[in-house]
Ligand binder design. Structure first.
Ligand code: SF4
Length: 432
């Protein structure tokens, strides 16, 4: 039994070691939102990636009392909730798994420690931690236990107990296991705020290369389409959005290149109303078939996130992106800047008169600055470059692409990746 003095929290339902093992399996899953910048999570990711699981699983002395930060409580991750860090319990229902995904430490053939929680145990633990003010939500994923149906039923029961027995009103994100049937998906949708199925790779061949037991159409895309159909028919509340995650750099299959990822993301946003797509850079886990594969450069994921935002928020289409012969985005240049430089016939744009859509195509102008420019135009507050600097933070690179009442501003181009090198893990996620 453990005391978390600051929160007056006594862990009564499941032990710390159990929770610690079950939380390890969830740390690479980004689909609930960005927890990358939280120091505790970065340390755990690094340990897991380096295969230091023995260290993590070393039994704690009985006198072990965590310090008063959230980072010391297993499974507590901070996710970005509309710009506010929100603590959630991020955990697996079980770390047993019948599948053999090549990148995963909990694959069937690995001998890592296994644990499970019953639905009552997990619901009670979540409720206790919520009552103690430690968490505001639950992100629940799972390995595939004896059957998909049995494990998915346990996941749904955890959420059902939380909502119905404990009247829990916090955030619940449930993982839909590949191959889940319509009745299970509909039941999960009654209790969740967010559902996600991890696609892992954009094509069947690339997925088979990384996760031989998974089938992209029959076990993943069909389920994603089912969620959206149920939402449209009102059988799942419309507020329940879905997200997914790709493992970037886990396969050399051409079907896993950036072009294929952008094609898949475009489909998910346009056809299935996805809230977010996440791009987790591959990290080798010791003891898996991919342990010797080099870790993916996080800059590749960063460029994919930029392309993703352009698809979801800026009206970009597949043809607007420039890929090299290997289907990769340029690592050194923002894809929006590349597009703008390839279209000299469009620039410079006169920002005192152009349409909002044209503003959004200017490198350095995002939705907020575009809105402020439109407002300033309406009130007569945008007549010169000086006025532009008064209405918001303006990156120097935009001057190359704009005119303000026929006049150009500065032309100095700021380095695209300035600041990125020091903050490689600060990815541009929004709320899940
Ligand atoms: S399904 Fe694959 S990724 Fe998920 S726990 Fe099992 S082996 Fe790991």
């Amino acid at each position: 039994m453990l005391n978390y003095a600051k929160h007056n929290y006594r862990m009564t339902t499941c032990g710390l070691d159990k929770l610690e093992i079950l939380s390890q399996g969830a740390i690479f899953d980004l689909t609930c939102a960005d927890d990358s910048t939280h120091p505790g999570n970065i340390a755990k990711k690094r340990d897991f990636a380096l295969g230091n699981l023995g260290e993590i699983y070393t039994p704690k002395p009985s006198s072990f009392v965590p310090n008063d930060s959230y980072a010391s409580i297993p499974g507590v991750a901070h996710v970005n909730n509309c710009g506010r860090p929100m603590p959630v319990l991020k955990v697996l229902q079980t770390s047993h798994c019948q599948f053999n995904c090549k990148y995963c430490g909990f694959r069937k053939d690995s001998d890592f420690p296994r644990e499970s929680l019953t639905s009552e145990e997990l619901a009670n633990t979540t409720f206790e931690m919520s009552n103690a003010g430690i968490i505001e939500g639950l992100f629940l994923s799972s390995g595939i236990g004896e059957t998909v149906r049995g494990t998915m039923t346990n996941i749904i029961d955890t959420a059902r107990i939380l909502r119905q027995k404990y009247k829990f009103e916090g955030y619940i994100h449930l993982k839909i296991l590949p191959g889940s049937t319509v009745d299970l998906i509909e039941a999960a949708g009654q209790f969740a705020d967010r559902l996600s199925i991890n696609m892992e790779a954009p094509t069947e061949s690339a997925l088979k290369d990384m996760a031989p037991n998974k089938s992209i159409q029959k076990a993943i895309v069909d389920q994603m389409q089912c969620i959206e159909t149920l939402r449209r028919k009102g059988r799942i509340p419309r507020r329940v959005g879905q997200t997914t995650q790709f493992v970037v750099g886990g396969s050399d299959d051409p079907g896993a290149n950036d072009r294929a990822l952008v094609v898949a993301a475009e489909y998910l946003y346009r056809e299935l109303n996805f809230r977010r797509v996440y791009y987790s850079p591959f990290n080798p886990v010791i003891g898996t078939p991919l342990q010797d594969r080099p870790a993916e450069n996080p800059r590749r994921s960063y460029r994919l996130y930029q392309a993703d935002r352009l698809l979801a928020l800026y009206g970009f289409k597949l043809d607007d992106f420039i890929f090299n012969d290997s289907g990769r985005l340029d690592l050194d240049t923002d894809p929006k800047e590349l597009w703008a430089d390839a279209h000299p016939e469009i620039f410079p744009v006169e920002i005192t008169r152009c349409e909002k859509e044209q503003l959004m195509r200017v490198p350095g102008i995002g939705p907020l600055l575009a809105k402020r420019i439109m407002e300033a135009r309406f009130t007569g507050g945008l007549k010169s470059v000086d006025d532009l600097n008064k209405i918001g933070r303006v990156a120097k690179k935009i001057y190359k692409y704009i005119l303000v009442n026929g006049r150009k501003g500065e032309t100095e181009k700021s380095p695209v990746l300035k600041g990125f090198e020091e903050k490689q893990l600060v990815l541009p996620f929004g709320g899940g």
